[in-house]
Design a protein around this ligand. Structure first.
Ligand code: NAD
Length: 325
């Protein structure tokens, strides 16, 4: 039987590269489209006979169309995006270009092509589109969007555009809104890599505000397994929340990593947690209602924050010390 072909945009980035790895182990042919931006690293992907890398901006409609005609994908996972909230506050333009216009150009290219039967466009979005939510509340797929940062608003804008394509053109798409991911290969400026790096290098750990902001953390490999399940069983036209149900404060996460590095890896660090001026428009809390996802994926089977955090720290110790920061 002919191997199925899947495109992964943003496949040189953090989540994309784990998804590519999973698809390769399942014997798919994978075409990665990535313009090698800030979150990317060519070392994130090992060479493989079933993997083709195209260094390309998703805004390049004509070339994208040619690749789709040539490779006839069964699915496109769209992960290409500018993703660092702090950078979006300093300069929103690249976020508008990749997250909104990039998604528009990609789906517009697809809209005018004859796609394979059962083709799926799976768009990876974020829980940040729902904005700040109050304690004890969980955002459902039907909640209105209320983004706070330029990052979140460009993701929200792209989701809404896709929803309109689904309704107007019967565009064959699924949207996923996922909580914060952690794991190996995440870009060094993000919260967890930064905490680990600073501890390993005896630097203080800067935490925004009073550290009480809450996030729901999901191990990146668990996220990718869920994305694969949605490729197999997700219903076209639907939106799915993805998360772990495991909400923790930033302060808890920093203290946990500090204690794991000391106790499990016997590394004695002089790092201390210090509180720094809060991020502008910093959302206090995100948390997702996962009832819809639970109907097709048994979340409880896989998740273990501490075990996954130990694997993450191990990776950073092996791959990311002061010499190759
Ligand atoms: N990391 C998280 O916690 C998280 C949580 C929920 C959703 N998401 C979403 O998942 C996706 C992947 O996130 P990540 O953390 O892996 O990000 P990342 O920054 O590590 O990777 C993004 C990749 O997209 C590429 N890219 C950006 N703009 C592009 C363009 N115009 N054309 C081609 N390639 C482009 C970059 O080069 C990079 O390799 C994003 O859409 C993000 O919004 C991330």
């Amino acid at each position: 039987m002919k191997k199925k072909t899947i495109f992964v945009t943003g496949g040189l980035g953090f989540i994309g590269s784990h998804l590519v790895e999973l698809l390769i182990t399942k014997s798919y042919k994978v075409i990665v489209i990535d313009f090698m931006g800030i979150g990317s690293n060519q070392k994130n992907l090992k060479k493989h006979k079933n993997l083709t890398l195209k260094i390309l901006d998703i805004n390049k409609t004509r070339t994208i169309k040619n690749y789709i005609k040539k490779y006839k994908p069964d699915c496109i996972f769209n992960l290409a995006a500018e993703t660092h909230v702090d950078r979006s506050i300093i300069n929103p333009k690249p976020f508008i270009n990749s997250n909104f216009l990039g998604t528009y150009n990609l789906i517009e290219a697809l809209r005018n092509l004859k796609l394979k039967k059962n083709f799926k466009f799976i768009h990876i979005s974020t829980d940040e589109v729902f904005g700040d939510i109050s304690i004890n509340k969980k955002s459902t797929e039907k909640d209105p969007y209320n983004p706070s940062s330029p990052y979140a608003s460009t993701k929200a804008a792209a989701d809404l555009l896709i929803k309109s394509y689904i309704r107007t053109y019967k565009f064959p798409s699924i949207i996923t809104n996922c909580t914060n991911n952690f794991g190996p290969r995440q870009f060094k400026e993000k919260l967890i890599p930064k905490i680990i790096f600073n501890i390993l290098n005896n630097k203080n750990i800067p935490i925004y505000g009073n550290g009480n902001n809450q996030r729901e953390w999901l191990y990146v490999k668990d996220h990718c397994k869920i994305l694969f399940k949605l490729f197999q069983r997700g219903k076209l036209g639907e939106t799915y929340n993805i998360g772990s149900g495991d909400v923790k404060t930033n302060l808890y996460v920093a203290k946990k990593i500090l204690s794991l590095i000391k106790t499990k890896f016997n590394i004695n660090s002089k790092s201390k947690i210090i509180f720094v001026k809060d991020r502008k428009g910093h959302d206090f809390r995100y948390s997702l209602n996962l009832n819809k996802l639970n109907k097709i994926y048994n979340l409880k089977k896989n998740l273990n924050f501490e075990k996954s955090m130990i694997k993450t720290i191990e990776w950073y110790i092996d791959n990311y010390n002061s010499k190759n920061k």
